[in-house]
Design a binder for this molecule. Structure first.
Ligand code: HEC
Ligand code: HEC
Length: 242
């Protein structure tokens, strides 16, 4: 499998990451970081979200439809793991809260804790409901609404691009699974009444208040002015003059 992965790597990845994954930083702008020690989790994350192979070196590697099949991804992941020790691809026993053997109460508590952890660690970039947000220099933190549980876990473990790494010392595997369970639970939550406004937070909600709230008040003020005794008087005096 490692051999098969190496062959795929030489064809699809080595011109950016080097013949042995040691990384390239050349004068003509060809660049790919060293993959020694990034671990299987980074490889699986980058390949299953379609981020790698990167098409053009640019600001951000966006997620797209994966280029490789499941088997090829497994082979490439095995090859990159063999380059040096790093975080392995997590199993459901790590990323799925239902595999932790919790009671119904403990599970409910885990979702609440996950919400708190999400609020402190993730909302600054991904927004309070995980819908994503802009970052400096034209970059962005993507929406988390259609990401798989495994990739949520792998993103925390490997910290792609501007995202920090949340190692097991910072967030235990149960903490990570709780965050994932929380995101899952807000995905299920029905929108109660009115427009969701895209869930974009204070900016769009403030805009809504200005346009419709203040706009409505201004309209109402005009209506009062147009129907007051004074305005009717002016009209009738104009009438007599004419
Ligand atoms: C056009 C150049 C290019 C090609 C081709 C490319 N990469 Fe990358 N790769 C990059 C750059 C630049 C980064 C760093 C930026 C980022 O993380 O998005 C990167 C990051 C990565 C990372 C994340 C490393 C980390 O520290 O977490 C992995 C894993 C990876 N590449 C694997 C691959 C594999 C496997 C292939 C082949 C299927 C591949 N890349 C093809 C340029 C490339
Ligand atoms: C400093 C800002 C920042 C923080 C804090 C942050 N992220 Fe990210 N996150 C990013 C950026 C930027 C990307 C996109 C990286 C890329 O495209 O390679 C990203 C990507 C992701 C992805 C990949 C989504 C996809 O498209 O497949 C997941 C999942 C994710 N983050 C989850 C989290 C979670 C959970 C937390 C909290 C524990 C968190 N992030 C905290 C900036 C951040």
């Amino acid at each position: 499998m490692i051999q098969e992965g190496r062959e795929l790597f030489l064809v699809g990845c080595s011109f950016c990451h080097g013949q042995n994954g040691e990384g390239i930083n050349s004068d003509d702008g060809q660049y790919g970081p060293s993959l020694v020690g990034v671990g299987g989790a980074a490889a699986d994350f980058q390949l299953t979200t379609g981020r790698m192979p990167m098409q053009t070196p640019g600001q951000q590697a966006p997620s797209k439809t994966p280029v490789y099949s499941q088997d090829e991804i497994a082979a490439l992941t095995a090859y990159i793991s063999s380059l040096g020790a790093g975080p392995d691809v997590p199993t459901a026993a790590q990323y799925d809260i239902d595999k932790y053997g919790l009671s119904a109460d403990e599970r409910r508590q885990a979702v609440v804790d996950g919400g708190q952890l999400f609020l402190t660690n993730c909302t600054a970039c991904h927004n309070f409901d995980g819908s994503g947000g802009a970052m400096p220099w034209g970059k962005y933190a993507p929406s988390l609404k259609s990401t798989s549980k495994k990739n949520l876990y792998q993103a925390m473990l490997t910290g792609p691009q501007q995202m920090p790494v949340f190692s097991d010392e910072v967030l235990t595997s149960k903490d990570k699974a709780s965050i994932i369970a929380y995101l899952d639970s807000i995905g299920e939550e029905p929108q109660h009444g009115g427009f969701g406004l895209g869930g974009l937070g204070p900016v769009s909600e403030g805009m809504f208040a200005w346009l419709f709230g203040i706009g409505g008040l201004v309209g109402f003020a005009y209506w009062i002015a147009a129907h007051s005794t004074r305005s009717t008087k002016t009209k009738s005096s104009e009438g007599t003059q004419a």
